[in-house]
Design a protein around this ligand. Structure first.
Ligand SMILES: Cc1ncc(COP(=O)(O)O)c(C=O)c1O
Length: 311
């Protein structure tokens, strides 16, 4: 075992999987290549975990990051922030979500957490529909909607989650059906769950293409067919675009666009930051603004505004 592997095992959790019998230490990258500590060069087909969307060490990105670091790294949403507003405006414009507002987070996990918070608060329900074999992140709430057991290490949960068919067409009990028949069978499964669930369900969350689940999907149009049923019940559709957003499916800018209906909420991360910690949620203003609590009360806002003015 290498000295760094020994130290990794000693200080980091045992449940962090590390690839290869002789794990490699990636020290730097350039363009589409990365190098390990032995000087071996690799063509990077993985891009971190599907995250490095532009390139490694792209000069214009490095320059922009360095320039910002030279100005200020951190302030807060308590103050106006021009780059944050400009990015949110651009994301709202390309989102195709009507009357879109954007909440920026530091990861895809946190984006899904925020989407679940919005949906469960608005619908006053902790019941969620997800796809079998799904992956939505590593926090307590997102592992509770992750059907892929190897990434969901506890059954303790803030949600009651129902898993529906549809994530993989070729290894499901419905394999062998035509696309139309497969969609009809999945919709029937969804309707049956809704008949038996009892109570209101807050949201349905799905990756348009399941990434961690093995790069599988249902046929185009499946999620649109689900959306018709969900709307009958007022259930919000959250499209997890953490892997599929920003044109990375090749055919569409968002994964949901292959399905003929628009989701209520979109979550994103990975490619948008090219490896910097960034994610977010997009939702129409009535959904985004529905949370009752504020991070700062009106009186506190008034008094902090006064102290800022005095400083
Ligand atoms: C579909 C999907 N959702 C959410 C996440 C979690 O994103 P993050 O690792 O940025 O927390 C991932 C990460 O792989 C993902 O693939």
């Amino acid at each position: 075992m290498s000295e760094l592997l020994d130290r990794t095992r000693a200080v980091l959790p045992s449940w962090l999987a590390i690839y290869y019998e002789d794990p490699i230490e990636i020290t730097h990258g350039e363009g589409r290549h990365v190098w390990d500590s032995d000087g071996q060069c690799y063509l990077d087909f993985f891009g971190g975990i599907l995250t490095t969307m532009t390139a490694h060490a792209l000069p214009e990105v490095t320059k922009a990051v360095a320039e910002q670091a030279g100005k200020i790294i951190h302030s807060s949403t308590l103050y106006l922030n021009r780059p944050m507003v400009e990015l949110a405006e651009q994301i709202a414009t390309v989102s195709e979500i009507p009357d879109a507002k954007v909440f920026l987070t530091t990861s895809g996990t946190e984006a899904n957490d925020a989407a679940l918070l919005l949906a469960s608060s608005l619908r006053r329900s902790n019941q969620v529909l997800a796809l079998r074999n799904s992956y939505h992140g590593r926090s307590f709430s997102t592992i509770a909607i992750t059907g892929n057991r190897s990434w969901s290490p506890t059954s303790l949960s803030p949600f009651q989650t129902y898993y529906v068919h549809g994530g993989q067409q070729y290894r499901s009990p419905y394999a062998g059906l035509s696309d139309g028949e497969y969609i009809a069978a999945c919709v029937a499964d969804l309707r049956e769950i809704l008949d038996h669930a009892g109570g209101d369900i807050a949201a349905f969350i799905a990756e348009p293409i399941q990434g961690v689940g093995g790069f599988t999907s249902g046929p185009d149009g499946l999620l649109g067919a689900f959306a018709e049923v969900l709307r009958e019940h007022g259930i919000l559709w959250i499209s997890d675009e953490v892997q599929t957003g920003w044109g990375r499916t090749g055919e569409h800018f968002w994964g949901w666009q292959a399905h003929g209906a628009t989701p209520d909420i979109v979550t994103f991360a990975k490619g948008v930051g090219n490896g910097l910690s960034m994610g977010g949620v997009i939702a129409p203003a009535p959904i985004m603004d529905s949370l009752g609590a504020n991070s700062i009360s009106t009186s506190a806002r008034r008094s902090s505004a006064t102290s800022a003015a005095r400083a």
